[in-house]
Design a binder for this molecule. Sequence first.
Ligand code: GLU
Length: 511
Amino acid sequence: MENKRVRVRFAPSPTGGLHMGGVRVALFNYLFAKKHGGDFILRIEDTDQTRFVAGAEEYIINSLKWCGIEPNEGVGFGDGPHAPYRQSERKEQGIYKKYADQLVASEHAYYAFDTSEELDEMRKRLEAAKVAAPQYNAVSRQNMRNSLTLSEDEVKRLLEAGTPYVIRLKVPRNEEIRFHDIIRGWVVVNSSQVDDKVLLKSDGMPTYHLAHIVDDVEMKISHAMRGEEWLPSAPAHILIYRYLGLEDQMPQLAHLPLILKPDGNGKLSKRDKSGLPMFPLNWSDPRDNTDYVGYKETGFFPEAFINMLVLLGWNPGDNKEIMSKDELIQLFSLERINKAGAKFDPEKTKWFNQQYLRKKTDEELADLFMPMLKEQGFEVKKDFAVKVCKLVKEKAHFVTEFWSLGSFLFITPETFDAGVLEKRLNPQTHGFIAELKNALNDVSNFNAIDTEAALKATCEKTGIATGQIMQLFRVALTGLAGGPSLFETMELIGKEETIKRLNFFLEKNKV
Ligand code: GLU
């Protein structure tokens, strides 16, 4: 077991868009596989036909591609030796049924013929008797219609008549079930807490419980890493492995902690209102007709997204925060995954993107920004775009903010910040701007250094301190109360535009 080749799987159900919690599960699996030179498999668990959502599978595949955490085997990534990788297709090949039959034959599973009305009645009966958690189990099954209570002849007759049935796991009444989880250590659960899980449904489809075990064994999975929500089902899974005689082929389990809401109160939901996306890519959910925005479309870099995500529940053992994918592969270990839930931090998430933005060269940023500029109707030369990026990137978290931060470079302002005008505009400062305009007009080499010198000289000449005038000058030139260096701004927009803007300002704001 210890020497088993590392083979891990991400096994989503195509029941909707893959939210960031799912991406994190995939990411941990990916990093672990890469670290150990193993395989990372994408298996689509589509046995619940009632919850199937069209487009979900494609969305999952595209999301993994965008994040750069690509499986090397499985649906959408090339078939490996264990194809097919969609459970519905595996069911067609009869892969699951034989395991269910084996469990029935060894009397660890049984047929249950109960209708949904009968199951409802059972639940009501148990509730009336104040049973804390009503379930189909070693006690309640005795009053139900199954192959443990009915005579052999009756069971045979029902089966032959084509009566719908499910196959249930026969969980013992009172037995200690013990298993090891890499993150949680030893877990002990009494079997009285475990219900007789359905293994095969009346439509012939296996449930998740049976199907994932069969597939994990057949696909030679070494470690099963999945969300904490599956921990309560794990004892039943242990019994299934045991009853199938497959305990020695069971993958090591690792249940990953939840991602919590920013205030730490409960699980992060796809409807979270913290202002950041919950999905990697835009997702239109056909079930609730809701459009969810993606990290990609918000302007996140995939490297920043996965760097933020990996630290939700894992750390490298020191305070290092910015790590490339290669570093993460080096540093990753299951032992450093926390048990406790990890709080999602929207501000920190943006900070990650900012760090990655700052690592990019102005040329790289320009390549990203130019198509956005084009959308706004401005086609500029690359070296101009490079200068714009250099100027506006300081405050930005995203390239998608560059336009709103830098549109004043392209559009001559027609309105001026009213607060600043009220505070700073008077005959003296109006006169100063006029003086300054003349001084700037005389600058022959219109660069940041020479325009700054012209401003200083005008201040000296008029006896007005720079501090008193800069904000009004900014408003005159850009319309805005804040922004990047004015001297760099002038160099970019050029002398003609600078003078034109100042003239317009002086004319429009006569005092
Ligand atoms: N299909 C399950 C899910 O959607 C997979 C759980 C597992 O990885 O075993 O979460």
